[in-house]
Design a protein around this ligand. Sequence first.
Ligand SMILES: [Zn+2]
Length: 346
Amino acid sequence: MQRATSKGILERLRDNGVVLGGEGYVFELERRGYIKAGPYVPEVVLDFPEAVKELHREYLRAGCEVMVALTYYAHREKLKDVGRENDLELMNRQAVRLANEVAREGDALVAGNICNTWAYDPQNVSESSKVVRGMYEEQLGWAVEEGIDFVIAETNDYLGEALIGLEVIKQLGLPAMVTLATVQPDKTRDGYDYVEACKILADHGADIVGLNCDRGPATMLPLIEKIRATVPGYVAAQPVPYKTHEGALTFESLQLENGARAFPLGLEPFLHNRFEMADFARRARALGINYIGICCGGSPHYVRAMAEALGRTPAASKYSPAMDLHPMLGAQVEEKDKVFLGDWKD
Ligand SMILES: [Zn+2]
């Protein structure tokens, strides 16, 4: 069931230049007290559906064009961990319904979502591929029945697993966005250079390829630039909003001052501010990236800043900063402070 009211993802990419996405639902709903850190299973979809709808709505108001159904980790393998495998179908269907309900409040697309399963085994490709394929087929079968416009297969650690997701999406006749996780310095867990892996995915029919999660803008941009130079089709970049750097390429490797691992619950000292994420959006567009978004750690204020940086005025811009009206700062803003006070637009 495709919705006729909205241009599809490929038409938007062709006609509008950049599509603005936005994710990080799992991290944000964990911060809000609705998802358990550790298993990170989206039980919230069934337990507090209004919380999921509210976050979708905040992203929509912030200018996000795609409501991504919260089926991340809502697959058989993960639901077993929390004893909810009997809720599998309901959780998946409900997640797509919630995304649809909010998408209709605006003019957003609905993306089905599949991800790394932790079931793929490069030592036993033929057997594990069957398991992975079965998981994707059941998840996306329900999603298609509930109504999606395209599918985002994301956080893929293995090219092999990503290709299975792509095949299932294409069998359903839907546009496919397939993005890789980048936990390792330069290769997927099954040994493909990230740039080469994106090229292979595009050659196999992925409509949009690229990267999501793990890296902040500073360490994702150089890599996505190489991918852009190699892949002729659409490219996506959805970094985490954390200050990764040469010495810590991913947010998993960031360390607190006492040497402790900051991931996943102590990452706040490394958060970028909204202006820096807006800057990322501008840089990504300048590089020719077509689908620009944000991953774990993302929240609506970043998306609004990114939307405005791309020249848009989403609903939430009604409440964008007007620092000249600030009782203390208004008259005294110095030129050097302006970038931090909302007067930073091009
Ligand atoms: Zn992420």
